[in-house]
Design a binder for this molecule. Sequence first.
Ligand code: NAD
Length: 416
Amino acid sequence: MELKEAMTPFEQVNLFFDRAAERLNLSGGLRDMLRRPWRELQVQVPIRMDDGRIKVFSGYRVQHNGARGPYKGGVRYHPAADLDEVRALAALMTWKTALVELPYGGAKGGVQCDPGSLSIRELNRLTRRYTLNIAHLLAPNRDIPAPDLGTNAQTMAWMMDAYGQLHGHSPAIVTGKPVELGGSLGREPATGRGVAYVLEEAAKVYGLDTAGARIAIQGFGNVGSWAARLVHAMGCKVVATSDVQGGVYAPNGLDITELLGHRQAGGAVADFPGGERITNAELLELECEVLVPAAIDNVITSENAPRVKASYILEGANRPMTAVADEILNDRGVVVLPDILVNAGGVIVSYFEWTQNLQEFHWEEERVNEELRKTITKAFHQVRKRVSADRITYRQAAFEIAVERVARAVELRGFV
Ligand code: NAD
């Protein structure tokens, strides 16, 4: 596939896949099988709105590859969540679960909607209808959804309840649930915690002193806010963060505890009095050592990549940069740690949650965090080793390791 700026999300992920398949010398037939999703379901999701009207949304579940285990992947509620985007995110899950050695395949779901414009009752009805319409694809040993952009533990509770009405009490059907309903301690912070652990390891490798290192984090949702809290606790200076309405900047570091309080009281990040208001675009170009895009896709493009000043980019979000931007940053010597490694903490602890549900047993939070650290640190060093040995980028190395594992599973199963 040819590199160009205007590629669809799925084409962009497959560009990285193709580069890995090429160096691994995979046969054409096997490549074709690994590149395409195994199954795609598109459903209509009609709900009655609070004002009595019926509104129909589009919902999707894409099961990209199941060679290594049950399909696993989040559900996104976002206006841009169309079939191609969900497909791309499903493919990333295949490569992510393989990279961190979880016994899962990859999937993703989505409903094309603006969750911010729906009431809690409408969201409840939307989630139940979506779940019922994809329920025949789900099961604790088939396909296990989780939260993603625009969804959260409450969404998972509704999904579990809707599925349970068909099949009986089934906590292992979703992960990222509230702890009171069988969720795991440590799941909510897990993705942000994984970001912090990867930063710690990378800092050791590159001799970056985390004490006082300046970090800009785009997004202050699940991933961004937990990453901010945890890197702040490590001694880093979180110089900026943002939400959809804009950001805030303090060159000497934001007081994250106060910012969390401000948010809990319903304030927008940009209105936080402890810093200067900036735009999301400005945040990406700030003077800092580390940039963590942790909001949405494609925010770093060929247009702004030349002006990014950070030396290290940790992709907290999925696909935060275009493939062309990735190339520009690599050429400029910026170290880009890819999404399938950096944000894998969420699915790692989802796996721990699922195993606890299957065993009807609970782990202490220290155990969850320790196992998370071990798993993500091991993956980081496997990737790092390949980066050094083959003089390739972290993304190339991560994709090669992942593709190799999925290809091997396909061969061993004897599908073809
Ligand atoms: P979230 O909905 O909790 O938070 C998203 C944040 O991004 C919010 O602060 C929101 O205001 C902000 N945002 C939304 N639109 C924006 C825009 N146009 N410009 C700037 N900011 C915007 O979502 P999340 O779960 O934190 O997910 C964020 C990213 O991390 C997504 O790419 C998601 O796929 C990825 N991810 C999430 C998890 C997880 O466990 N939640 C795991 C792996 C990857």
